[in-house]
Design a protein around this ligand. Structure first.
Ligand SMILES: Cc1ncc(COP(=O)(O)O)c(C=O)c1O
Length: 434
């Protein structure tokens, strides 16, 4: 006789099929989202199975995901978090740990980053009392260059923290070399670029510490979620401690005495034998994810190659379809890279006979979703205007991006029909207004 669980999970598969039926694309009516999760019946099953087993906190799926994902990205350790922003916070904060001795980052240290990007690549710098040093990016790739990073290195520079722009990698290998030559830490924000390669190596392998986001817009999703990866075992311990309340103990949930010295430590000013489970060696957070999230992550991970191929295919279709359209700067892959794209970025020529707002309004009226290149020039955002920072060179391109750039989707949920409609709509608008 079939078990109750197998019966329920089969019903879930049936339910999923029912939900997905009749979702035909109707141009101008169906939403063409710029990003979104691509979820199948097995994703739904994975979530329900975790719920049936009441795995409501971190547990076996979390450990399994961490181990498989670390292997997949060629790093020794991965730690799941509740978001990519938390992963960034942990990655940089780990570099302030007392366990790093004199090398540790301190308040007032400068960290080089880019002006045009996502705020939570930069926020951990400010949150740790350090000073962001903003540099500009290039148009077309929307990344900065190793040369710009090199020019920004000053006497107080102690780290570099940069994200790959919308799946397109920055010159991470050269930046890693610069970091090594100058004794800087390198935090690589890989939140938007899982599956991308640069110089034949996958992104997320260049930084001392790297991060990933599993928000639905990203290459893999857990609903909410993120990950910190490193091959430095000492740093990995610090990340885990900071993620898990700052505790010194590294027992898995539900385990005791992994270190075999649970009641035998003397740390801080505590009495000898104070329970190691309650000894705190860092001023930490609780940024853990749950097994519900990790279970979804595991079923998504099985489809990473498929997702990567679809993102590349979709981007190429838009790129080829829009080739030669006047007044628009089309995106370019960074030299020596093979991006797993997050979005398709367009910059309206400042001298074009139409404005970005007009093109965006036209696309949105046809249910074609658009997004800005995140915050644009961050230094112009209300949260940052009064934050201590340094700018090296000018931020001309970041300003141009703020005023003239937007992106449309390439995520695997988009069909050829949808992408062709995006191309046709852009061409129609430019034809009528150009
Ligand atoms: C480059 C980059 N870093 C970090 C994040 C933050 O990830 P999360 O939304 O999971 O906090 C994002 C979000 O999209 C991002 O684009």
């Amino acid at each position: 006789m079939r078990g109750e669980k197998a019966f329920i999970l089969d019903e879930v598969r049936r339910y999923h099929k029912e939900q997905e039926a009749g979702k035909d694309f109707v141009p101008g009516v169906t939403e063409i989202w710029p990003s979104g999760a691509t979820l199948d019946a097995e994703d739904r099953v994975a979530l329900v199975e975790a719920a049936l087993e009441m795995r409501i906190a971190a547990g076996p799926s979390s450990r399994r995901f961490e181990s498989l994902f670390a292997r997949r990205l060629g790093r020794r350790k991965a730690h799941l978090t509740n978001s990519g922003s938390s992963a960034n916070l942990l990655a940089l904060t780990a570099l302030t740990s007392h366990t790093l001795g004199e090398r540790r980052l301190k308040p007032g240290d400068e960290v080089i980053t880019v002006a045009a990007g996502f705020p939570t690549t930069v926020n951990p710098i400010v949150q740790n009392g350090m000073v962001p040093v903003f540099i500009d990016v290039e148009l077309g790739t929307y990344n900065t260059t190793a040369e710009r990073v090199a020019r920004a290195i000053g006497p107080k520079t102690r780290a570099v923290m940069i994200a790959h722009a919308l799946g397109n990698p920055f010159e991470a290998e050269e930046v890693a070399q610069l970091a090594e030559e100058h004794g800087l830490f390198f935090v690589e924000d890989n939140c938007d670029a899982v599956g991308t390669t640069y110089n034949g190596k996958v992104t997320g392998t260049f930084g001392d510490v790297t991060t990933v986001s599993f928000y639905p817009a990203h290459h893999l999703t857990m609903g909410e979620g993120g990950c910190v990866l490193t091959s430095d075992l000492k740093l990995a311990r610090v990340v885990e401690s900071l993620r898990d309340w700052g505790r010194d103990c590294w027992c898995e949930p539900g385990r005791n005495n992994t270190c075999l010295k649970r009641f035998d430590y003397r740390l801080g000013n505590l009495p000898h034998g104070y329970d190691h489970k309650y000894i705190f060696s860092h001023v930490g957070y609780n940024l853990k994810a749950t097994d519900l999230q990790a279970s979804l992550g595991l079923s998504q991970l099985a489809r990473l190659d498929e997702f990567t191929a679809a993102r590349k295919r979709n981007w190429r279709r838009l790129r080829e379809g829009l080739d030669g359209v006047p007044h628009l700067l089309l995106p370019e892959a960074t030299r020596n890279s093979d991006p797993s794209w997050f979005g398709f970025v367009l910059t309206v020529d400042p001298d074009a006979p139409f404005r970005r707002a007009e093109l965006v309004d036209f696309l949105e009226s046809r249910k074609i979703g658009t997004r800005r290149l995140f915050a644009g020039n961050l230094t112009r955002q209300p949260a940052y205007v009064d934050q201590p920072h340094r700018v090296v060179g000018d931020l001309t391109n970041s300003d141009l991006i703020t005023e003239h750039t937007f992106w449309v989707g390439v995520y695997p949920g988009l069909t050829d029909e949808m992408l062709d409609y995006v191309v046709a709509s852009i061409k129609e608008f430019v034809g009528a207004n150009g």
